[in-house]
Design a protein around this ligand. Structure first.
Ligand SMILES: CCCCCCCC/C=C\CCCCCC(=O)SCCNC(=O)CCNC(=O)[C@H](O)C(C)(C)COP(=O)(O)OP(=O)(O)OC[C@H]1O[C@@H](n2cnc3c(N)ncnc32)[C@H](O)[C@@H]1OP(=O)(O)O
Ligand code: FAD
Length: 664
């Protein structure tokens, strides 16, 4: 056993709680852990899912491998193992997916969309075809020229009454669809968001099913120009695409018509609120943070903390032995708060998922009164979590020093996976502004007209009592701050407007404060949800203590990072801030011996991380060397390029050196 493996073994011997029990809490119960492990095992044992490490493959190989595996998973494996949408097993299957996958938009975005936009007949037609991969469909909303401002989308669907068809056109280069995943190479259909035009009248954005490739040859259909947009910062396996449509004709029935319809005579019938058109986005904003951001940060923490426990560099005591870098207070200050973020966002996210499910049940009964609240909550939650996790993964990467920059660490891959969560499914600033709009409106309402989650905005500010670092008091500081920030931002909008600015100008001039206020609102929501979870969870005292410490750390770390705000608003004094700073450092020291145990409790398999630094056995140096040997550049002892281009000068060098030698 290597020295490093021994170090991790010792770390595990010192853990003061049951790792298995914390895993159960993380998963949502013992039974859930068993189900997740079963699913992970099925995937892990399957030889068809084996492939070379991604850092040794070209982009083309990565796309090919990911597509091969995903077709197998979605067409054979899930059914064979009884993993169906809606089942507990399915909830855990993201955990078991190969490190890179395609068909994500087809499965994760298109299928939910067809269910929310399609009539019963349309769902009956398209759902089985897509579930069986008989068609592959992308979600084509964003265009080259517009992504955020949906009213600016330019693709048109014009009703031709004579032929009973819609004619789809991208009038300009800027109107072509750009970015949709699975669209470049795999998709033969696209759910195209286009402006509906009937009899010269524009009805705004509507969803259309458009066939883009021939079903037998997979060649683009007439009028369709489609392809891959090229290499990106990450997601290299995915064929994000462009789609340029000129006079592409589709039958009238291909307008997804659960919410609105065009009759054969051209009559436009609206059946539900326009806002339900945005429902698919709410769905993804609620559901994607867990698998695309929180789990990614959890993996980065696992890698960085295991590595920091075995990486020895420098001395704490003069003349003593070299210490693990995790023993430095500053390393703990980088990494342990990231663990707290993982826990806080995961448990707050679960509450939002439940709220969304309740909203969907009400919507099925025709009640959409909670739409504004769930939109505001999901938009700001997605924005905040993606931001916190992206920052967190980068902190973990840098905390691994030079090796964190190597693809072999697995960290650059995680960073490139989490970074776009700040952009896709709604650019974060744009989403914060959406929530700000809701908050400013709510701040003007009477308490009786507001949902519980937002009541604090209009209630009197309460004073903290007792221990200033108790979870109750921390929750109160966050609430007070959010309420005061929203009031201040609303006041600024009013002041600007009273000075004579038009409302949209007043809004823009106040947007820095508005986004700040929204961030304050969502952090109070996350903290409150995590603190409530910690209070209520049934578990042993030792596990509860870990969760309480992580919750307290989440709050203190946040407060210490923006203490100016709390001071400015008169919520904390300088004395309080000093206490908060010392309390955070004390918590880091307390959590340090359990750090490896806490990341072990995430229970990630080595293959799900592909990291030489983060493997369970801690054998980092052998793994790094083995991975380097696999580099395609090391295939031959002499690389053709260096031989070809350097040879003349090397020969000169040889002659000079040999001449010098003969003169000696
Ligand atoms: C187990 C399942 C796991 C699933 C995991 C899946 C994993 C998938 C992983 C990765 C997938 C990657 C997917 C990426 C896909 C994409 O990126 S698709 C493209 C997404 N694009 C966007 O999100 C665009 C962002 N822009 C917007 O949302 C809107 O344009 C805008 C709302 C920002 C502005 O639109 P505008 O027309 O100007 O509207 P407003 O005038 O601002 O608002 C009008 C009113 O509508 C309300 N509203 C807006 N959005 C919503 C909504 N989503 N829901 C409900 N209501 C909404 C808004 O509040 C206004 O209301 P008021 O007038 O009352 O204030
Ligand atoms: C990996 C990836 C996958 C994607 N997958 C899909 C997909 O499957 N389907 C699909 O349709 N799309 C997809 N997209 C597109 C994505 O949804 C858009 O990129 C996103 O909505 C942002 O829009 P944009 O690119 O137009 O950014 P822009 O809106 O142009 O943003 C540029 C800057 O302008 C700022 N800005 C914009 N509006 C405002 C405002 N009102 N106030 C203040 N600032 C503002 C933004 O904050 C940002 O800083 C994907 C994108 C990526 C990166």
């Amino acid at each position: 056993m290597s020295i490093e493996s021994n170090l991790l073994k010792k770390e595990r011997q010192n853990v003061t709680f049951s790792v298995e029990e914390l895993t159960n809490v993380w998963d949502g119960g013992k039974e859930d852990t068993e189900i997740r492990r079963k699913v992970v095992k099925v995937f892990g044992d399957d030889p068809v899912l084996k492939s070379p490490p991604i850092c040794t493959m070209t982009r083309e190989e990565r796309y090919t491998e990911a597509t091969r595996k995903c077709v197998y998973i979605f067409r054979n494996m899930l059914q064979k193992n009884g993993i169906y949408p809606g089942s507990k097993e399915f909830e855990h299957f993201w955990n078991a997916m190969p490190i890179e996958y395609t068909l994500l938009i087809h499965m994760g975005a298109f299928i939910p969309c067809i269910m929310s936009f399609g009539s019963e007949e349309q769902v009956a037609k398209w759902l089985p075809l897509s579930a069986n991969l008989n068609i592959i469909c992308t979600y084509a909303q964003t265009e080259l020229g517009h992504g955020s401002f949906l009213r600016g989308l330019e693709t048109e669907a014009t009703f031709d009454r004579e032929t009973q068809e819609f004619v789809i056109n991208c009038p300009k280069v800027s109107s072509m669809k750009w970015w949709p995943g699975d669209m470049g190479l795999n998709a033969n259909h696209a759910l195209v968001m286009a402006n509906l035009i009937v009899g010269g009248k524009k009805y705004g954005m509507h969803p259309f099913m458009v066939q883009i490739r021939d079903l037998s040859t997979h060649m683009p259909l007439p009028g369709v120009t489609v392809g891959d947009i090229g290499s990106k910062m990450g997601f290299e396996a995915i064929d994000n695409g462009f789609l340029y449509m000129k006079n592409v004709r589709i039958p009238r029935e291909n307008l997804l018509n659960k919410n609105s319809e065009v009759k054969p005579d051209g009559t436009y019938v609206k059946k539900a609120s326009d806002r339900l058109m945005y429902g698919s986005m709410v769905n993804l904003r609620v559901n994607l943070p867990k698998s695309q951001a929180i789990d990614v940060l959890a993996k980065a923490c696992t890698i960085a903390i295991r590595y920091s426990a075995v990486r020895r560099q420098g001395l704490l005591n003069p003349g003593g032995a070299e210490v693990a870098v995790l023993d430095y207070t500053l390393q703990q200050h980088k990494l342990i708060p990231q663990l707290a973020t993982v826990y806080a966002t995961k448990f707050a996210g679960e509450g939002i998922i439940k709220k969304h499910q309740a909203f969907l049940q009400n919507m099925a009964k025709g009640n959409i009164s909670d739409l504004a609240e769930i939109h505001a909550l999901s938009a700001s939650f997605k924005a905040s979590v993606s931001e916190q996790c992206t920052e967190g993964v980068e902190v973990c990467r840098r905390a691994c020093g030079g090796h964190g920059y190597s693809q072999a660490s697995g960290l650059p891959h995680l960073l490139s996976k989490v970074t776009p969560t700040c952009t896709y499914e709604g650019e974060n600033t744009v989403l914060y502004l959406q929530t700000a709009r809701y908050l400013v409106k709510c701040a003007k309402e009477k308490a009786a007209d507001l949902p519980e989650s937002i009541l604090f905005l209009v209630q009197p500010i309460q004073n903290a009592r007792g221990n200033i670092t108790s979870l109750d008091n921390l929750a109160l500081y966050f609430k007070n701050r959010a309420a005061l920030c929203v009031q201040a931002a609303s006041k600024k909008v009013n002041q600007m407007s009273n000075k004579g600015l038009a409302m949209h100008e007043a809004w823009d001039k106040s947007s820095v404060q508005l986004v700040h206020a929204t961030k304050a609102y969502v952090i109070q929501y996350i903290f409150d949800a995590f603190a409530s979870f910690v209070k209520e969870v049934k578990c042993s005292k030792s596990v509860k203590e870990i969760l309480e410490d992580l919750c307290c750390l989440y709050g203190l770390h946040y407060i210490n990072n923006c203490s100016g705000d709390f001071l400015k608003l008169g919520i904390l004094t300088a004395h309080h801030c000093n206490i908060a700073e010392e309390a955070e450092i004390a918590l880091l020291e307390k959590l340090r011996p359990n750090a490896v145990g806490i990341v072990d409790a995430f229970d990630f398999t080595d293959s799900s991380m592909e990291s030489c630094l983060g493997a369970y056995d801690g054998n980092v140096y052998e793994r790094l060397f083995d991975m380097a040997k696999l580099s395609p550049l090391n295939k031959e002892p002499v690389h053709q390029a260096s031989y070809k281009y350097l040879r003349p000068y090397l020969l000169e060098g040889r002659d000079i050196l040999e001449g010098a030698k003969s003169k000696l």
